[in-house]
Design a protein. Structure first.
Length: 366
C-alpha cells in the first residue's frame, strides 16, 4: 500500500524520469504537442513546467457498447513513445480491459477512485449506451446507463473516446436495434470532449489530456464538441493527393494507372472532403502512414452517422473538373462570372471553416 501511495504521489515529471525519459525527449514531446495544438513556441516551457509538476491525475475508463479498438489504438503502439508513457503515468484507476482486478474488487476500485478524487477525476468513455433495454450491455449487473450516470456525477470532465461514445457509432447505425446513443445525449451538466474516430488517433487522446493537465481546462471545441486543434480542417484540405484532385486526376479503380500513380481517390468513395480529423498530419503507426497514403479512401469514421452515409466506395458527388478546363470555360463565358463563382465558393468554405462546420461539394456548387 505504501509503495502504491508513493507511486501516486509522484509528479508526472518524476514518473517519466523513473521510466528513463530524458529531458530532451520530454521537451521534444512538449514542442510537438504545442505545434499540434496551434500554440506559439513560447508556450513550450509552460507545457513542460505544468506537466512536470502535475500530480498523477485519476482516470476512470468505462467501456460500453464497443469493440475495444479505442483501447487497442493506445496499447498496440509499435514502440514505447513519450505520449504512451504519459498515458501510462496517469493513475488509471479503473479500466475493464487493462485492470487486473475483476468482479467485486474491480467495482470497489471504481467506487474508491470516485470517492477519493471526487470532483477532480477524468472520466473516459468509449462505446455507446443502449437505452432500449439495459440488458443489452451490463457490467457487474449494472446497466451502462446507470454506471455512466453514477460515475459522471463526480467527474471534472468527460472525454468521449471513439465515434461510438461521441456520436453513437456503429451500434447507432440503422436500424439501431439497441437504441444506442452517445455520452452527450445523456450527460448534460459536465464538460464533454468528443474525440471521434474508429478508432481515434492515440496522440489526439494524449494531446487532449496534456491540454487539461497544462491549463486545467478543456480545449476549444467545434460545433460537434471536438477539439478544433485536431478536427479544425478536413482531411481533404491536408491531403497530399489534393493537387491531383485540383487537376481532375482521379483513380477509377484500385488497380488502374491512376491508382499506381497516386492520383486522388475521390471517385473511389473517399470522404476526405467532408471528414474532419488529423489523420493526414499526425498519421498512424508512429507517423508512418494513414489510409489514403496506403491507397484506400477515407471512410469518414470521425463523422456522425458515417456508417449510414452511403456506400463506402461511392463518390460523395461528381468531382470538380480539371482546373485547366475550368479556367478555359470561365474565360469563354466571361472572366467576371468565373471569378464571382470562385469567390462565392471560397467565401462559403472559409465561413464554414471558421465555424468548423462541415461543407459538402454540393454546398460549394449552390
Amino acid at each position: 500500500m505504501t509503495n502504491d501511495l508513493s507511486r501516486k504521489d509522484k509528479t508526472l515529471g518524476e514518473a517519466l524520469r523513473s521510466q528513463g525519459i530524458s529531458r530532451r525527449s520530454f521537451l521534444k514531446f512538449c514542442a510537438a504537442t504545442a505545434s499540434m495544438m496551434a500554440l506559439p513556441p513560447s508556450m513550450i516551457p509552460t507545457i513542460a513546467n505544468a506537466l512536470e509538476k502535475a500530480r498523477r491525475p485519476s482516470v476512470i475508463w468505462l467501456s460500453f457498447q464497443e469493440c475495444t479498438g479505442c483501447t487497442e489504438s493506445l496499447t498496440r503502439a509499435h514502440t514505447a513513445t513519450v505520449e504512451s508513457l504519459i498515458f501510462d503515468s496517469i493513475s488509471l484507476d479503473y479500466h475493464h480491459t487493462l485492470q487486473a482486478a475483476s468482479g467485486h474488487a474491480a467495482e470497489a476500485a471504481r467506487e474508491a477512485a470516485m470517492e477519493e478524487n471526487n470532483g477532480e477525476y477524468l472520466l473516459v468513455v468509449d462505446g455507446s449506451i443502449p437505452l432500449d433495454n439495459p440488458g443489452y450491455s451490463t457490467i457487474a449487473g449494472i446497466s451502462n446507463y446507470d454506471m455512466l450516470i453514477d460515475t459522471a456525477r463526480g467527474a471534472a470532465a468527460i472525454i468521449s473516446v471513439g465515434t461510438c461514445a461521441a456520436f453513437g457509432g456503429i451500434p447507432h447505425a440503422k436500424p439501431n436495434p439497441t437504441g444506442a446513443v452517445s455520452v452527450g445525449d445523456i450527460i448534460k451538466d459536465k464538460p464533454i470532449i468528443n474525440v471521434p474516430g474508429c478508432p481515434p488517433i492515440p496522440v489526439v487522446i494524449t494531446g487532449v489530456l496534456t491540454h487539461f493537465l497544462t491549463f486545467g481546462t478543456i480545449p476549444e471545441l467545434d460545433n460537434l464538441g471536438r477539439p478544433k486543434t485536431f478536427y479544425g480542417q478536413s482531411i481533404h484540405d491536408r491531403c497530399y493527393r489534393r493537387p491531383f484532385y485540383d487537376k481532375g486526376l482521379f483513380a477509377e479503380t484500385f488497380d488502374d494507372e491512376g491508382a499506381r500513380l497516386g492520383w486522388c481517390l475521390y471517385k473511389l468513395g473517399c470522404k476526405g472532403p467532408t471528414s474532419y480529423n488529423a489523420c493526414a498530419t499526425t498519421k498512424w503507426n508512429g507517423g508512418v502512414s494513414f489510409p489514403i497514403e496506403a491507397g484506400h479512401p477515407c471512410l469518414g469514421c470521425s463523422e456522425p452517422d458515417f456508417w449510414d452515409g452511403g456506400g463506402f466506395y461511392k463518390a460523395i458527388s461528381m468531382p470538380t473538373e480539371n482546373i485547366t478546363k475550368t479556367t478555359i470555360y470561365a474565360a469563354a463565358a466571361g472572366v467576371a462570372a468565373g471569378v464571382a463563382v470562385g469567390a462565392t465558393g471560397r467565401m462559403k468554405k472559409a465561413s464554414a471553416s471558421k465555424a468548423h462546420q462541415k461543407v459538402t461539394i454540393d454546398d460549394l456548387e449552390k
